[in-house]
Design a protein around this ligand. Sequence first.
Ligand code: ZN
Length: 138
Amino acid sequence: MAFDEMYQEIIRDHYKHPRNKKPLSHLKAVENPSCGDSVKVELEGDSQHIKTVFFDGSGCSISMCSASMMTDLLTGKTVEEAKAIVAQFLGVIRGEKPADSLDELGDLAALKGVIELPVRVKCATLAWHAVEQALQKA
Ligand code: ZN
């Protein structure tokens, strides 16, 4: 299977079977008006460790699969580790770090193609900005 097809498959899988998704009606959503995406993020754990990251929301496949991948990746991490992963992902998206450094972040490597599509960058980063805010409160 070509890399592109493999990445498409990973994106489709997260979109069809989102990880750690549950209704979070008590939270305020982070929005991406240019696409209509909306994401909420909740951290379960204590001030140092994240037990589970949950998300809720609606939007395009890129925004939803990026949210699903984010919850998968940050669940079970310490708050410090989670902040480092968020900074790494956002750094790649902003072009400050090489795209290949996403290979260290599991399924997120599938979003490498998005970096070349500026209109989709807001979709891909929405859940990450939401979790960044949640981590600041942790
Ligand atoms: Zn979108």
